[in-house]
Design a protein around this ligand. Structure first.
Ligand SMILES: [Zn+2]
Length: 261
């Protein structure tokens, strides 16, 4: 409770370093500004095109953990903005002004959500949608997935255990899907962290069972245990980074911006 109150009421220090300017100082913010396409290796079957805003390391990792596990709600703006950039990246060649985008948050198990004071990815998705709307995108959050069964929190599992546990983990709620309307749209599954990609693939599978075709997936950060596209993009090229003016179709403020929403 104190964490929640302090996150809401007290001036915050940077979560990534001792800088007094929180929640993430100007020096730490660029860690969330490394948007790139990402493929886990090995790649789980059914994983759609995927973009992430950052490597799950350093200040980006600290910020996500503080937001998720220590109720640092004041990080939702910067993390939501980073997620918005990743969504824009994965849709960069498909977004048209009239296109309707639906962000589908990956849900946590009920016990984990209770511990964290709610579905933290829902809040990130809402913030990302807000940022994207300000950029002219017609977008909404479609929280249509729910956790079917399995361990309370996959963070405690090994990668192999997580992959096995993720299969059939989610189901898409038919009533909530109907509540999204019949207008065709671009469905994007969103999450905070990508590790093996099996959770995202399971979420896509659950939507597929309801005949919803997923156009892509986006997350705030991806773990670095995988190699290939991720390392080459993260280490060198910044051509996939979506920054103000960086995309021909959509402009999204990057997380490093000092602008506040
Ligand atoms: Zn800092």
């Amino acid at each position: 409770m104190f964490d929640v109150l302090s996150g809401l009421l007290l001036p915050s220090r940077c979560v990534g370093c001792p800088d007094p300017q929180g929640p993430l100082c100007a020096r730490c913010r660029p860690a969330l500004d490394r948007c790139h396409r990402h493929r886990p290796d090995p790649e789980p079957p059914g994983l759609p095109p995927l973009a992430v805003a950052a490597a799950y390391a350093g200040p980006a990792r600290t910020a996500i953990l503080a937001y998720k596990e220590r109720s640092r709600r004041d990080l939702s703006r910067v993390l939501g903005a980073a997620l918005a950039v990743a969504v824009a990246e994965v849709l960069a060649d498909r977004l048209r002004p009239a296109a309707v985008v639906r962000l589908v948050p990956v849900p946590s198990a009920a016990s984990a959500a209770r511990r964290r004071g709610g579905q933290h990815v829902d809040r990130l998705a809402a913030m990302a949608a807000r940022v994207l709307r300000r950029s002219g995108v017609k977008v909404g959050v479609a929280a249509v997935l729910r956790v079917r069964s399995g361990p309370s929190d996959s963070a405690e599992l090994t990668a192999a255990e997580r992959s096995r546990a993720a299969v059939g983990k989610f189901e898409a709620d038919l009533a909530r899907l109907r509540g999204c309307g019949s207008e065709p749209g671009l469905w994007i599954v969103v999450d905070d962290i990508v590790t093996t990609g099996s959770t995202l693939a399971a979420a896509c599978r659950a939507l597929g069972r309801r005949e919803v075709a997923v156009a892509g997936a986006a997350a705030v950060a991806a773990t670095q245990r995988w190699h290939g596209v991720f390392e080459s993009r993260y280490g060198g090229s910044s051509s996939s980074t979506v920054k103000p003016g960086g995309s021909p179709l959509i402009r999204v403020e990057s997380s490093a911006s000092s602008r506040r929403w």
